[in-house]
Write a protein that binds this ligand. Structure first.
Ligand SMILES: C[S@@+](CC[C@H](N)C(=O)[O-])C[C@H]1O[C@@H](n2cnc3c(N)ncnc32)[C@H](O)[C@@H]1O
Length: 395
């Protein structure tokens, strides 16, 4: 196989799995076993295709004269990845076209190689017809842009959307007593570091976005406190609270995810349970962390596809479920205890609206900007995932 074909083929396969089978881009990209240079190309092509999918699909449809749903999925994905590279990459056009043709020939859709060749050659010949790079708003579903415009000022929407089209820094959390090369401190988030070295992560560190570290820091616990993590899997934040000296009970409704968590953090006390019907007596815990299931729109640098997995109706439904889980969580803490509510998203329905009217406030010392009764971190604010955190105190 010619150089670069495998990376391009893997990217097309990954795009198909992400768009049609619910796989997550960050997992597929991190799991690649290709040699470093090919792995970097695979990562670039997969992310670029997903981030600019609307523009890329417009080009594929314009030149193939077919709507994407009318194309075979594998053929569409090879074309998408090739167009992503023609628009945003640096490889010579002939290498991109030849690779795409070789890639389709070697798969189950070999008969489509003439079509792929024709469409891509027409694009290369007729480059002036390509739409210019668009403003960041047009890279996202319209409902999402409208929603953000309804809750933030135009500058913040613009900043969030354009920064969310880029790469996330590689961030880690330090466990007790750890140290290592290639680490730089993330400002205002104790325990969070950026990790620039290659190779194995030094002992004692776990890969965790700094916004998630800020969540683990936000729970106002003291060593020895009994803390429930009500939606805990895979367990990064529960392990952080354990490292801070808490006795942690980690529950999750999803058995497979809880088992993964148990394998990774066997010293935590794992319970498979529905957070809406938890098997614990009222008032049993000093503190609860509710890191609630959410739309994940704060994670689009690592998972650009999440924007295609939700819509405005599902956001409203998520907000209702989050509020029910929060009400349940509040019954589980002793008087004077707290529920720390966090979500890695930025829609008002899942953030400020959920804690509105409750005795809630922003956690002490966390970076970001105050929003309603909580604090907002984000790619455009703190160079982290988007994360809303609010600490609700039970009277
Ligand atoms: C944002 S993730 C939690 C991430 C986790 N806190 C960590 O730091 O690793 C949300 C979790 O909520 C779980 N979940 C969804 N609905 C739930 C429910 N009704 N009760 C308990 N867990 C639920 C999901 O299985 C998922 O693992």
């Amino acid at each position: 196989m010619k150089p670069g074909v495998q990376a391009r083929r893997d990217a097309a396969t990954a795009v198909g799995r992400i768009l049609r089978s619910g796989a997550y881009s960050n997992r597929l990209v991190d799991m690649s076993t290709l040699p470093q240079q090919d792995a970097d190309q695979f990562r670039f092509l997969t992310y670029t295709t997903l981030r600019h999918l609307k523009r890329i699909d417009g080009v594929v449809e314009g030149f193939s004269k077919r709507k994407i749903p009318k194309l075979d999925g594998d053929v569409a994905d090879v074309l998408r990845v090739a167009v992503a590279e023609l628009l945003y990459g640096r490889a010579p056009a002939h290498a991109v076209v030849d690779s795409a043709v070789e890639s389709i020939k070697s798969g189950k859709r070999g008969k489509a190689s003439g079509f792929v060749n024709g469409v891509l050659r027409a694009i290369v010949r007729d480059r002036e017809r390509l739409p210019p790079p668009s403003d960041p708003r047009s890279e996202y579903p319209e409902w999402m842009v409208e929603k953000l415009d309804g809750q933030w000022d135009a500058d913040e929407v613009e900043a969030f959307l354009s920064v969310s089209l880029g790469d996330a820094p590689r961030q880690v959390r330090a466990g007790p007593g750890s140290g290592g090369e290639g680490l730089s401190v993330v400002e205002a988030i104790p325990g969070a570091y950026e990790w620039s070295a290659s190779g194995e992560l030094p002992d004692g560190f776990v890969v965790q976005d700094a916004a998630s570290v800020a969540v683990g820091n936000a729970v106002p616990l003291r060593p020895g406190d009994l803390v429930l993590d009500l939606a805990a899997a895979p367990g990064g934040k529960a392990a952080h609270m354990r490292d801070r000296g808490a006795r942690v009970v980690a529950t999750d409704r999803n058995r497979r995810r809880a088992l993964d968590g148990h394998r990774r953090w066997p010293d935590l006390h794992w319970v498979v349970a529905d957070g809406l019907h938890p098997p614990f007596r009222p008032g049993s815990f000093d503190h609860v962390l509710l890191d609630a299931p959410c739309s994940g729109l704060g994670t689009m640098r690592r998972r650009p596809e999440v924007r295609y997995r939700v819509d405005s109706e599902s956001i409203v439904e998520l907000g209702k479920r989050q509020r029910s889980m929060l009400d349940t969580a509040l019954t589980l803490v002793r008087p004077g205890g707290t529920v720390t509510y966090s979500v890695c998203t930025v829609t008002s329905e899942e953030t400020v609206d959920v804690v509105a009217g409750l005795p809630a406030e922003a956690p002490e010392g966390a970076p970001g900007r105050i929003w309603g009764n909580g604090i907002l971190l984000g790619p455009h604010l703190t160079d982290t995932d988007g994360m809303f955190i609010s600490v609700v105190r039970r009277p």
